[in-house]
Design a protein around this ligand. Sequence first.
Ligand code: 13P
Ligand code: SF4
Length: 310
Amino acid sequence: MPAALSIEEEILDLKKRRNALILAHHYQEDEIQELADHIGDSLELSRKAQQSKSEVIVFCGVVFMGETAKLLSPSSIVVVPDMKAGCSLVDSCPADQVRAVKRKHPDHVVVSYINTSAAVKAESDIICTSRNAVDVVNSIPKEKPILFLPDINLGNYVKKQTGRENMMIWQGACIVHATFVAKRLEKAKFEHPNALVAAHPECPGDVLAQADFIGSTSAIIDWCVAQNDATEIIVMTESGVSHSLHKRAPGKRFYFVPNDNCNCSECPYMKMNTLEKLRDCLDKLEPRIELPADMMERARLPIERMLAIR
Ligand code: 13P
Ligand code: SF4
């Protein structure tokens, strides 16, 4: 009797039979990242989805990322391991509330973080990610007022970097990054006095003020790898990035500071995905991302505007 396949072998076998591309965000569990065709931040994975020639895209991340993949690769079947893998930023920003604010401020250019629903993207003029938000805002004429959705910390960071005064910022926050506390970072710096600090721009301003580098997940990883003189780095983002950090910089030590919410640095939504759910979605091609055609048309345009910039 042939030996039973391991779950990893089952996934690779199904992936081949389905002609599927597996995309995984840096916050996925190590074993999922190991099986992915591409690991990346939200901007990199959007580009991979746009370039994809595969019949099926499996997006191991959270649902708004799967939606973005569907918008950029509409002829592909896009599946996600768990449709309940949401995001607190998406939840903070319902499309009807966005429409109400737009009615009051019709002159504002709506810049939406990619961490929004497809319905909110459809209400937006341009999308940004944590990697290109400063460039996206700088691409808008100085005299135009901006409505920035939905992350207050990223919005404040971008406002500071660009010197834009006329920027209204939504009050949403990431349950992981927004609950990192400056005092805990100070303590970590005291315990590791030689360590540099890298932080994601979704962190509060008083955490970012202590950072040597601020950037997206992939930008943080690239920066940590490139710091030839630093052997210790405190990393203020989700601990899933440790997978690439340890692979690419095995001689360095990385410290993660627990946040005030879960006393860890893990995104509970990202961690809903498992190898079993990945196998099952490849097998059944469910749950599938399906969006109304008119919403897709409207939501794709502001993403394409972003991709044309950077
Ligand atoms: P990145 O743009 O760095 O991938 O961040 C996405 C995200 O959800 C951060 O919490
Ligand atoms: Fe959303 Fe925060 Fe999780 Fe990123 S880490 S998916 S912003 S809840």
